[in-house]
Design a protein around this ligand. Structure first.
Ligand SMILES: [Zn+2]
Length: 283
């Protein structure tokens, strides 16, 4: 499942292709993904220029000249493919239509953006840009972890008095937007904090380290995604999936990588999801 860095990588790959381009033709090949598509979606997209491509949490938001915004959510298995970009960032010819190509946008530049999603947990919606903050998927989201609001002071205030495990607190999208299981495990490891520790019982200094850890793991992953984008000339035009190396995620039983730590990575289940951590250096 793509997390925030993967979605940001997709956004950065799409932005030079879509921003400023006009949607010459929109094909919507089924009535729904996870939810029904909005009424007359193809018609409302056709002819519209894309003014800006933004990201909020794990949602890509394309602001259109019609004062509407197209929301794109990749869900579990959604992929965006770019083909036929005349400026040569994506030199691939348009591929033959594939099964699960649900939405195809042909831009006036000659580029094509295809949304393919075999499992259909993805979503698209179209709504007035001015009302974006009130959209049901967006209105309850906390601050962006890479934005100006998020930081040591914010996180300390958000954790105050909370007995829930810090792992659950960081996954709560109302506290901070866009964090998923993988990067929460990695951030807690960086900060040396056990995923089981009650959020409200962490000292201010350690909360500050955690806020820093969250930002660092995300920034490093986005940089890794940027490297993968530069390799696209020999890739197939698919955006956003790249090789990661994680310190704890998926490394159950492996030795801890912190210098001098004799611990092993352990896996426990919290709220039905795996937490990977080192019980020696995460307290
Ligand atoms: Zn350790």
């Amino acid at each position: 499942m793509p997390e925030l860095p993967e979605v940001e990588t997709v956004r950065r790959g799409l932005a030079p292709v879509m921003e400023g381009a006009r949607i010459a033709r929109a094909a919507v090949n089924r009535p729904d993904l996870r939810w029904p598509f909005p009424a007359r979606m193809a018609e409302r997209l056709t002819g519209q220029r894309v003014l800006a491509l933004r990201r909020r949490s794990k949602y890509i938001l394309a602001d259109l000249a019609s004062d509407e915004t197209l929301l794109i959510h990749l869900g579990m298995s959604g992929r965006l493919l770019v083909s036929g970009d005349p400026l040569g960032r994506f030199v691939h010819d348009h591929p033959a239509a594939q099964k699960h190509d649900h939405v195809v946008l042909d831009l006036d530049s000659g580029a094509r953006v295809t949304f393919n999603d075999p499992r259909r947990f993805g979503a698209m919606d179209l709504f007035a840009t001015a009302h974006a903050d009130r959209h049901p998927l967006l209105q309850k989201l906390g601050p962006e972890p890479l934005g100006n609001t998020f930081g040591a002071a914010y996180l300390a205030a958000a954790f105050k008095g909370r007995r829930m495990p810090v792992k659950a607190a960081l996954l709560d999208q109302r506290i901070v937007a866009g964090l998923g299981n993988i990067y929460v495990c990695e951030a807690l490891y960086r900060a040396g904090i056990s995923p089981r520790r009650p959020a409200g019982a962490i000292s201010a200094a350690r909360v500050a380290g955690l806020a820093e850890g969250v930002r660092t793991v995300l920034i490093e992953a986005i940089e890794a995604g940027g490297s993968s984008l530069r390799d696209f000339r020999r890739a197939d035009g698919e955006l956003g999936y790249f090789q990661h190396s994680f310190d704890v995620y998926g490394r159950e039983g492996a030795p801890c990588r912190k210098p001098g730590c004799p611990g092993q990575v352990r896996r426990i289940v919290q709220s039905g999801r795996s937490s990977f951590y080192c019980a020696r250096c995460q307290r």
